[in-house]
Design a protein around this ligand. Structure first.
Ligand code: SF4
Ligand code: SF4
Length: 439
């Protein structure tokens, strides 16, 4: 079924051809994993283990009493060598558990299949998802059990799977749809049961016809789930845009998908839910796209959480000498890193290695009032005014211009002929506004 598009957005180059046709390959089991205690939005975990402890694969090694949080698990069996800080994609060091693998991959006793999983209640499904440490794997890393626990007055009617993968370069979700379509549908059905939603959508951009075919086959005979063919446009996979296109409903300013009866889940998250509920497996691995012209052999790899990026890069033949920029995630919403000395975490969808040819280093120039940033903004705010306010330190003005409605898609920065770092400025404004509101 074809659907209309949303207002604004851009058409950046796809740059997916290097990996979209490559099946996912398992990464070499790591000899050491570094598991950060903060891999999600919300309260960081406290370690449940100490140096010298023996651990099993899938064992919970960190947890928090906070509701908005998600436990973390060991992705190997072996020995805890230390609790120390490690680099994190968000730029500040976080506490982490360092585990040396014994090479045996012995599963923890709690990891058991549930052949009768279809009899589980909604509450039991949510509890399993929480205990498995599942978070939004598209990059947002919001704890999934929290998303699935709206207040009683918010009736959920639709669960939408964001299968758009609209970020250039990334192909992890595309490969997952070709390789594990039934598991994605199982995960979606479990989420529908958990929130008591009668309808499901799987939204896929029309530049992935093979994925549309695979998912259509996987839902055949189930009239409660619709595979929605979406126009290829960035940011098609943003929650509010996906909801608008699939259901016609508009999430209000400052509102959440649950306010219009919707819950959105990522493709990888659905697979993680299926694995947790059916097989008792916590979230300890994920598909990562390693690509860009700065890497020798672009690949899609199944990587254990806690594997060092350096090790993953080495299994792709290493960096090319002219690499200029390393980004975790896609080029639009990913996070640029000073180097590869950090671990893969639950939200690492891509390792993007860009060269001089792919990185623009133009100087920031004054705004020429062309309004292109306004035209492409999918949430209809005024990036030029918010950016201008931040440039002059006027954060309260940025709030008046609805900076908090920005979904940080980066369309304005992409289109700006004056190369103004609009989304970066808006992120700063949002941080300042949020801090003031907390006070
Ligand atoms: S202001 Fe925010 S939402 Fe609008 S285009 Fe820029 S980054 Fe996207
Ligand atoms: S796109 Fe850039 S130059 Fe044009 S109005 Fe927006 S900020 Fe100004």
């Amino acid at each position: 079924m074809s659907f209309k598009t949303f207002k604004g957005g851009i058409h950046p180059g796809y740059f997916k051809s290097a990996t979209e046709g490559k099946p996912t390959v398992p990464a070499r089991p790591p000899s050491l994993v570094v598991i950060p205690m903060a891999q999600h939005i919300g309260a960081p975990c406290e370690p449940l283990v100490a140096a010298g402890d023996e651990v099993k694969m899938g064992q919970k090694i960190g947890d928090s009493k906070g509701f908005v949080s998600a436990p973390v698990h060991s992705s190997v069996s072996g020995k805890v060598v230390k609790i120390d800080s490690c680099n994190h994609p968000l730029g500040r060091p976080v506490q982490a558990v360092y585990i040396e693998s014994d090479g045996q991959d012995t599963w923890h006793g709690d990891v058991q299949p549930r052949p009768d999983y279809e009899k589980l209640t909604a509450e039991e499904i949510k509890k399993i998802i929480r205990e498995a440490g599942i978070v939004g794997m598209g990059g947002a890393t919001f704890p999934t059990h929290v998303k699935l626990s709206p207040p009683p007055e918010k009736k959920i009617e639709y669960v939408l799977v964001n299968a758009a993968e609209c970020e250039p370069y990334l192909t992890a979700d595309h490969r997952a749809m070709l390789e594990r379509p039934e598991d994605i549908v199982t995960g979606l059905r479990l989420v529908m049961k958990a929130v008591n939603a009668p309808r499901g959508f799987i939204g896929i951009e029309d530049n992935k016809p093979d994925a549309i075919l695979a998912m259509t086959k996987a839902v055949a005979g189930d009239s409660s789930i619709v595979v929605a063919t979406l126009h290829t446009k960035y940011p098609q996979g943003a929650e509010k845009q996906l909801i608008k296109v699939c259901t016609g409903r508009e999430v209000p300013s400052g509102g959440l998908p649950m306010d219009v009866g919707c819950v959105v889940q990522n493709v990888g998250t659905c697979i993680a839910i299926s694995d947790a509920v059916r097989f008792g497996k916590p979230l300890i691995e994920r598909i990562v796209t390693i690509t860009g012209s700065g890497i020798m052999e672009p690949k899609n790899m199944l990587v254990r959480v806690g594997t060092m990026i350096t090790e993953v890069v080495e299994q792709c033949g290493g960096f090319r000498p002219n690499i200029r920029k390393l980004i975790l995630g896609g080029p639009m919403m990913g996070l640029a890193q000073p180097g590869p000395d950090l671990p893969v975490i639950k939200g690492t969808s891509g390792i993007l290695c860009l060269t001089d040819a792919e990185v623009e280093l133009d100087e920031i120039r004054p705004c020429v009032k062309c309004a292109k940033c306004v035209d492409v903004c999918p949430v209809s705010i005024m990036p030029l005014f918010i950016g201008g306010s931040v440039e002059h330190g006027m954060y309260d003005k940025a709030e008046e211009f609805n900076a908090m409605d920005c979904i940080e898609c980066g369309c304005c920065t992409y289109i700006c002929p004056a190369k103004r770092p609009l989304v970066q400025w808006i992120r700063m404004a949002k941080g300042d506004i949020a801090a003031r509101r907390r006070k």
